[in-house]
Design a protein around this ligand. Structure first.
Ligand code: ATP
Ligand code: MG
Ligand code: MG
Length: 386
């Protein structure tokens, strides 16, 4: 159907799921990733893949020469190299390099959102010194969150400064990283919304979901979020406005905190498919991955694209993380395969404790029923009444 070739910077699980969605539409994809056997390359037979870094200028240029459109599955890419490749070859880049540059620095991202009147978790630029961190304590009180501005994921780059005595350790843990500090957000829930932005700047939001983290890593996602309609709609509105403020097209994941007074603030934005949007594969009209491909290639995006498949759809997504006993996570996947209305997605990665190896989607007509199935899959109940 399409003759365009899409180059993807990064070949992890998000790249793999973009490849799957693109191939159903006959859209060719080419991967730039160091690993020769990365999750995205495994399922995409092509001689054109490049074994190189998404931070290597020459490798990015080489990729651009083979493609009509470049996209990313990770924001930690070399933006100047992307701009150079765009100028040299005329390749389209979505999300736009300007957007990636702002988002990949979490503090610049906050400043950008603030200047666009989007509520964010209160934060301040900080130098890596004992005195500077003490002044933040005096300003925000304890605990507060110290964060790396760049290269952060799964909470690696965050340090909770419980009191002044923890400052030396905070400086050691986040040594050599540009920092900023955030006021502690006493959230009652973490919410997230996937937002699609078309080339002509229209935005479409997916339903509001609730993310539950364990040890800073997403454990489960409840779709829709277990909050009232007003909060759900407010979250979608905030997420749409946040994404509308960034140039370029594609899918974005917007993470938010719901505060005790029901106020919502943005935590951070990802300019790419997001873990909190994996439920869309089974629960929505169009998955976040297909939606991304359609947005960046200019394919049609009808009105209901981002809705639940049916008005009564409920879903839970459970991440498959590497168990402390190698491969023990496989038992959970086997139980999921025994469970009606559960689908298992594995990413072709080797096991390591805490590593994201796959996810399981459970879809049903009620959240209670999804929870019952989840409980069996997690081994908390021994039998599932069907
Ligand atoms: P991701 O994998 O989502 O990119 P990350 O490394 O960029 O993660 P954040 O999203 O900034 O990290 O924070 C990780 C988690 O830490 C949040 O989901 C939330 O549970 C908690 N957290 C972050 N900021 C704050 C804050 N200001 N107050 C309280 N908790 C916070
Ligand atoms: Mg992040
Ligand atoms: Mg986050």
């Amino acid at each position: 159907m399409e003759t365009k070739t899409v180059g993807i910077l990064g070949g992890g699980q998000l790249g793999r799921m973009i490849v799957e969605a693109a191939s159903r539409l006959n859209i060719r994809t080419v991967i730039l990733e160091k690993g020769t056997d990365s999750p995205a390359k495994q399922i995409n037979s092509s001689r054109d893949h490049i074994d190189g870094s998404f931070n290597d200028k020459d490798a990015i240029l080489q990729l651009a020469r083979k493609c009509d459109i470049l996209t990313v599955e990770i924001e930690h890419v070399d933006v100047e190299a992307l701009k150079f490749a765009q100028k040299e070859t005329g390749v389209a880049v979505y999300p736009s390099p300007e957007t990636i540059a702002i988002i990949k620095d979490k503090y610049l991202q906050k400043l950008h959102l603030l200047s666009n009147n989007i509520s964010v978790a209160e934060s301040i630029d900080v130098e890596s010194t004992q005195e500077a961190l003490q002044s933040v304590g005096a300003l925000y009180g304890y605990p507060y969150m110290l964060k790396s501005r760049t290269m952060a994921y799964d909470g690696r780059g965050n340090y909770v400064v419980k009191d002044a005595s923890h400052i030396p350790e905070a400086l050691t843990v986040l040594n050599d990283r540009p920092l900023y500090a955030e006021k502690w957000a006493p959230f009652t829930k973490e919410l997230a919304v996937m937002v699609l932005r078309s080339v002509d700047g229209r935005v479409y939001s997916y339903p509001t979901v609730e993310t539950v983290h364990r040890n800073n890593i997403c454990h489960t996602v409840y779709a829709p979020a277990r909050v009232n309609d007003t909060v759900q709609q407010h979250a979608q509105f905030l997420a749409e406005n946040a994404v509308a403020s960034f140039p370029g097209a594609g899918i974005f994941g917007v993470e938010m905190f719901l505060l005790p007074d029901n106020k919502l603030v943005v935590n951070e934005i990802a300019p790419r498919p997001h873990n909190s949007g994996h439920y869309t594969i089974d629960a929505c009209v169009t998955s976040q991955f297909e939606a991304h491909i359609r947005a960046i290639t200019g394919l049609p995006m009808p009105k209901n694209l981002t809705c639940f498949s049916t008005p009564s759809t409920n879903a839970i997504m459970l991440n498959v993380l590497g168990a402390s006993v190698p491969n023990e996570e496989v038992y959970m996947c086997t139980r999921a395969l025994q469970t009606p209305h559960a689908s298992v997605y594995l990413y072709g990665k080797s096991t390591r404790p805490g590593r994201k190896l796959g996810h399981i989607n459970i879809v049903s007509q009620s959240m209670d029923d999804c929870e019952r199935r989840l409980s069996f899959i997690e081994g908390k109940t021994t039998a599932l009444q069907q």
